[in-house]
Design a protein around this ligand. Structure first.
Ligand code: CO
Ligand code: ZN
Length: 333
């Protein structure tokens, strides 16, 4: 799977600019679904037709980034955030625009580092003046982190593991069930605009009208020095969400995932995330309500250019997803 992961994480695609990553995923899932479509917001939905319950499985394909708000006379770009980027993480980082233009994030001279806010920062694309800068970028253009994938062996590091690793989990699961007759209808969605408020998932859920929703996304860990107190740790298996800021997992969905993990001997851990949310936040409140849960890939340094995951956990998540969609769910929800 490492080759697939590298390809996905290194592809450009801040929220709202998902064309390129969507094309990449489309190529990877060729021949794995009965129907593939793109909805008006740019979500990619691949359906394995079937009887039984309709399951929506969603991972977001967008990544966090920055957007140009102003270009000054010396060619420096002022910018705002697309999703959750933090100033001190950006300092000295390189970002890349859709056309390949690379920029460095710099900051004004500050007496106190606590004053570092995005409006005290700028992007330097190497332009000498406004005219030269305007030849490369325009107001409203978005950029993402520019960083390579690193294979540390059992651990993998990259930008945009959030949530391309979730996309990789879904693609790999689709491959593994390719020749199986599934007892459910499964809609695999690669959603747009999660990082700006799970917006793509909202229209996907409306269009698909599922009986049950499962998001696949990263979650934080509590296993770094003097870190957040949290029970999830890297290498301890797939995380099954109990709650985050966008969702209280439906008890029946949580129980289903736990039951499948126990039955198939898949390592898992129960997760409560005190910050952040996922596509399941939008899915579970769509229409009359959709029982929803989340399979989470534990990740350190989320929303930095170096999000770190454990390869064994990724495998556990793939297996948990595969065995869940192979379980007959009609009448259970
Ligand atoms: Co995120
Ligand atoms: Zn995410």
């Amino acid at each position: 799977m490492k080759e697939l992961i590298k390809k996905l994480v290194e592809t450009y695609g801040p929220s709202g600019s998902e064309d390129r990553i969507r094309d990449t995923i489309k190529r990877e899932i060729q021949g794995l679904a009965d129907e593939v479509k793109v909805d008006p917001l740019g979500n990619l939905i691949a359906t394995r037709k079937g009887d039984g319950a309709r399951i929506l499985v969603a991972a977001h394909m967008d990544e966090i980034g920055v957007v140009v708000t102003f270009i000054d006379e010396n060619g420096f770009l002022r910018f705002s955030n697309v999703g959750g980027v933090t100033p001190h993480v950006l300092l000295g980082e390189r970002v890349v625009f859709a056309n390949g233009t690379i920029g460095v994030c710099g900051a004004e001279k500050l007496d106190d580092i606590k004053d570092l806010k995005l409006n005290k920062m700028y992007i330097d694309i190497g332009a000498r003046d406004r005219k030269e800068a305007e030849g490369k970028v325009s107001i409203g253009d978005a950029a993402g982190y520019w960083r390579e994938f690193s294979d540390l062996g059992d651990r993998l590091v990259s930008k945009s593991m959030d949530d391309r690793i979730g996309c990789a989990v879904i693609i790999e699961a689709m491959r593994r069930v390719k020749n199986e007759r599934l007892p459910n209808e499964v809609c695999f969605a690669f959603t747009a605009q999660e990082e700006v408020g799970a917006r793509g998932a909202r229209t996907v859920a409306y269009g698909v009208s599922p009986d049950i929703g499962i998001a696949v996304d990263v979650t934080g860990t509590g296993d770094t020095p003097e870190g957040w107190k949290m029970a999830v740790k890297l290498g301890a298996g797939a995380a099954i969400k109990a709650m985050d800021r966008s969702l209280v997992a439906h008890p029946k969905v949580k129980e289903l995932l736990v039951e499948v993990a126990n039955r198939e001997d898949i390592p898992y851990q129960i997760e409560v995330l005190e910050y952040g949310g996922t596509d399941a936040g939008s899915i579970h409140t769509s229409k009359e309500g959709v029982p929803s849960g989340v399979i989470s890939i534990p990740a350190r340094y989320i929303h930095t250019p170096s999000e770190l995951v454990d390869y064994g956990d990724v495998e556990s998540c793939v297996r948990l997803l595969v065995e869940t969609i192979k379980t007959p769910l009609k009448g259970r929800f």
